[in-house]
Design a protein around this ligand. Sequence first.
Ligand code: 6GU
Length: 251
Amino acid sequence: MRIGIVSLFPEMFRAVSDFGITGRAVSNGLIELDFFNPRDYTTDRRQTVDDKPYGGGPGMLMKVRPVQKAIQDARKSTGPARVIYLTPQGMPLSQETLGSLSTDSAMILLSGRYEGIDERLIEQEVDLELSIGDYVLSGGELAAMVLIDGLARLLPGVVGDDESVIRDSFYDGLLDYPQYTRPERLEGEDEGSEQSRVPAVLLSGDHAAIARWRVKQALGRTWERRPDLLARQVLDDEAKQLLQEYLREKD
Ligand code: 6GU
């Protein structure tokens, strides 16, 4: 996947290009990041990239021409590609959106700074506006990196074990079940208590019982923590029964 990035701070993207799973995807060419800095498309001696909003008010906007030229250059390099503007005014990013974007061979990400960009530039150049949540960040770069990371994990060959992507939270619309590793008993304050032990079923070797316990935990946690997610699900009789069991076992 070829990703053109329009940003005043391309160095920030080292967080994805230089570390972990996304870093490996970039080094082995599964993802290519190409940067287009609006500052390089300025024509004045001071390389001005901001301008005042018409109508007054606080803050500045990104200057139109440098952003427009950067997008146009990005298009030349990526070929046909959707232009995605990262903004709190966008549609909320979801796992479903990631899935549908993950089959695109190219895209251009526009990271805004200051109070945003001229609306006409959005109308002319932008195909999709995305937000990563209901809070305000000082720029679109972190949101663009969130998008890149979420996409990278869905590309074939990026995550070693495809099964682990399939089992992730949200893949089936539920939160993950709790996981445990060694040791079987944690030393410390609660030593000897139930909380210090790995749930017995996970040590039982009974794979059917383990699978059932995990689905039960996933349903129970989603019910407790994200009732909004559970409300969107159609639970079959087995799932309803597991959730009842979870709630009964709780009290
Ligand atoms: Cl995409 N950009 C900015 N600046 N803030 C955000 C955001 C995006 N999504 C949530 N907050």
